[in-house]
Ligand binder design. Structure first.
Ligand code: 3PG
Length: 212
C-alpha cells in the first residue's frame, strides 16, 4: 500500500490542478489531453460518465506522450477493473464501497476515493488510505470544512473536487492537508466541442501556475 500511496502522491503533487473531463466523443480525447499536457497539466481524470469514456482513456494512454491518464466516477469493482485494463494510472471515485476497496487492494493502480465527513475519512484510514478526494468540496463545507479536519485527522491529504475554479482554488491549495484540487473548469464543454485546443492550453497554463 505504501508504494501505491507514494505513486499517487507523485502524480498529484506534480500539478496544482487535475482536470476532470467528461468526454462525449472519444476522438476529441487525444487533442484535448495534448492541449492540457502542453499547458502543464499531465495528470488528467477522464470520468466514466459517457459511452466514450473507456475508449478515451485507451486513446490517451496509447497516444499522448507525457500524459498520466486516470479514470474517474468509478462506482464499482467492475468499473475499476475496466478502467485499469484501458490503461488508467490512477482511479478516482466519488466515494468508496466495499467492492471498490477490494478491487483496489488487488490492483497495483492507486485509488483516490471520495470522503466528505470525518467518519468517512476515518473509515478509509482504517483501510490504509491516506490520500483522499474531498467531494463535493464546495457543497460539503468548502475550504473551511477541510481546514477543520487538518488537525484531528492529521496525516490525511486531500484533492478537493466539486465547485472549484480559478477563483477559489487558492483557498484550498493554501491548506496544509491539500495536495492539489480537481476541476472541470480547465476544459469547458463549449471549448471542447469547438476544438479550441489553444484556448484550453491557455486555461491549463493559468491553472498550472496556481500556488497555495
Ligand atoms: C464532478 O463532479 O464532475 C467533479 O467533481 C468536478 O466538479 P466541477 O465540475 O464542479 O469542477
Amino acid at each position: 500500500m505504501a508504494g501505491k500511496t507514494e505513486n499517487l502522491l507523485a502524480i498529484l503533487r506534480a500539478q496544482p490542478v487535475v482536470p476532470v473531463l467528461i468526454v462525449e466523443d472519444a476522438k476529441s480525447a487525444v487533442p484535448l489531453a495534448r492541449a492540457l499536457v502542453e499547458g502543464g497539466l499531465k495528470a488528467i481524470e477522464i470520468t466514466m460518465r459517457t459511452p466514450a469514456a473507456l475508449d478515451a482513456v485507451k486513446a490517451v494512454a496509447a497516444e499522448v506522450e507525457g500524459a498520466n491518464v486516470g479514470a474517474g466516477t468509478i462506482l464499482s469493482a467492475k468499473d475499476f477493473d475496466a478502467a485499469v485494463a484501458a490503461g488508467s494510472t490512477f482511479i478516482v471515485s466519488p466515494g468508496a464501497t466495499r467492492g471498490i476497496l477490494e478491487a483496489a487492494k488487488n490492483s497495483s493502480v492507486p485509488l483516490l476515493p471520495g470522503a466528505a465527513t470525518a467518519s468517512e475519512v476515518m473509515a478509509l484510514r482504517e483501510e490504509g488510505l491516506e490520500v483522499l478526494k474531498f467531494f463535493p468540496a464546495e457543497q460539503a463545507g468548502g475550504a473551511a470544512h477541510l481546514k477543520s479536519l487538518s488537525s484531528p485527522l492529521a496525516g490525511t491529504l486531500f484533492c478537493p473536487t466539486g465547485g472549484i475554479s480559478l477563483k477559489n482554488a487558492k483557498d484550498y491549495l493554501s491548506l496544509p492537508n491539500v495536495v492539489c484540487v480537481g476541476g472541470s473548469w480547465v476544459a469547458p464543454k463549449e471549448m471542447v466541442a469547438a476544438g479550441d485546443w489553444a484556448g484550453i492550453t491557455k486555461l491549463a497554463r493559468e491553472a498550472a501556475a496556481l500556488k497555495g
